[in-house]
Ligand binder design. Structure first.
Ligand code: NAI
Ligand code: MG
Length: 335
């Protein structure tokens, strides 16, 4: 496997090296292709992402990505959005479930759901106009885009509880009616039990009745917001991984951003990035992915936790503890 590695900016540079150490413990013989993209590179060279970078990335099978600080230039086109579009990574899969011994703001641990976020259109269309006194961003919902994300969600639902919740705001936003209709039709074709929720009510319900949900399919911006909110349910934004999937490529990244408020201190929680390694192994069909659940449970039980979870461990300490556990357990063991 050829893996493009983009650490990016801020804590991306701290958590991705730790994730790579963990990945190395699995001895997969991965060929790594490091790429320097992001704000720091833009400051130095004036280019945040070039056509040559894109070519290199497209020659890889998968990408491990940290986070990129938004570049303060009115003409800046988001690197992440460009990559998601160029690689046609239309499904952003964000599993939300508690980790052993960690509780979030609600104190609840009885939930296990997956946000399936449409990743290429919606309000992230890039079709925008910025004038002195008026600005527009066009919200794009297409049948094709809605159908492919609905199919991805239904396929996932079939492997889980066969239950789908479609999240939208079609009472106010006309474009959402198309998304809702296509998702409903697709669920019917798949024989998946579907219900729907308005996004504002869903935000409340996810905090008060999270156990009700299994697979949640939604448009780009709602998925973005609901997943950060779900970080509070799990216990930290530093605990949520994601996989951006298309027909050809897979792109793994923590849900969080570059966190400039804590960058450079070595205290970022690397578990989201380590869980990205788990998602990568699962995507590659490697059953040893499950060993990472064991390893993470072990470090949490030993309270090797970063300040966001109330601990004093450094990013590297958590990584070393995970790798040490994997080494002692032996990653060649049958699981
Ligand atoms: P953020 O996700 O970087 O941080 C939000 C809060 O969560 C901060 O208080 C931060 O310290 C905390 N946090 C995030 N990850 C953490 C971790 N692993 N361990 C401990 N605490 C963690 O969001 P923010 O501050 O709004 O954005 C910062 C920059 O990142 C912006 O330039 C934004 O545009 C960019 N961004 C990039 C993303 C990406 O490249 N995928 C995603 C989200 C934001
Ligand atoms: Mg986000």
């Amino acid at each position: 496997m050829k893996l493009a590695v983009i650490e990016g900016d801020g804590i991306g540079k701290e958590v991705i090296p730790v994730a790579l150490e963990v990945l190395a413990a699995f001895e997969l013989g991965i060929e790594k292709v490091p790429l320097e993209l992001g704000y720091a590179r833009w400051q130095r060279t004036g280019a945040a992402l070039t056509a040559a970078d894109l070519e290199l990335i497209k020659e890889c099978d998968a990408v491990l990505f940290g986070a990129i600080t938004t570049i303060p230039d009115p003409n800046y086109k988001s690197i992440l959005l460009t990559l998601r579009k160029e690689l046609e990574l239309y499904a952003n899969i964000r599993p939300i479930k508690p980790l052993p011994g960690i509780t979030g703001v609600t104190g609840r641990r009885d939930f296990d759901f997956v946000i399936v976020r449409e990743n290429t259109e919606g309000l992230y269309s890039g079709l925008e106009e910025l004038h002195e006194d008026l600005a527009y961003t066009r919200r794009v919902i297409s049948r094709k885009g809605s159908e492919r994300i609905a199919k991805a969600a239904c396929e996932l639902a079939k492997k889980r509880a066969n239950k789908l919740t479609i999240v939208h705001k079609s009472n106010v936003i006309k474009a959402d009616k198309l998304f809702l209709d296509v998702c409903r039709e697709t669920a019917k074709t798949y024989g998946v039990e579907a219900s729907d929720m308005l996004v504002d009510a869903m935000a409340y319900s996810l905090m008060t009745q999270p156990e009700k949900y299994d697979v949640v399919v939604t448009t780009n911006l709602y998925g973005d917001i609901l997943s950060d909110m779900s970080g509070a349910l799990v216990g930290s934004l530093g605990l949520l991984p994601s996989a951006n999937l298309g027909e050809k490529y897979a792109f793994f990244e923590p849900v969080h951003g570059s966190a400039p408020d804590i960058a450079g201190q070595g205290i970022a929680n690397p578990l989201a990035a380590i869980l990205c390694v788990k998602m990568l192994l699962e995507w590659a069909g490697d059953a040893r992915a499950l060993l990472l659940d064991e390893a993470i449970a072990h470090v949490l039980q030993k309270k090797i936790i970063t300040p966001d979870l109330g601990g004093t461990a450094k990013t590297a300490d958590v990584g070393h503890a995970v790798v040490e556990y994997l080494r002692s357990r032996g990653t060649n063991l049958n699981v």
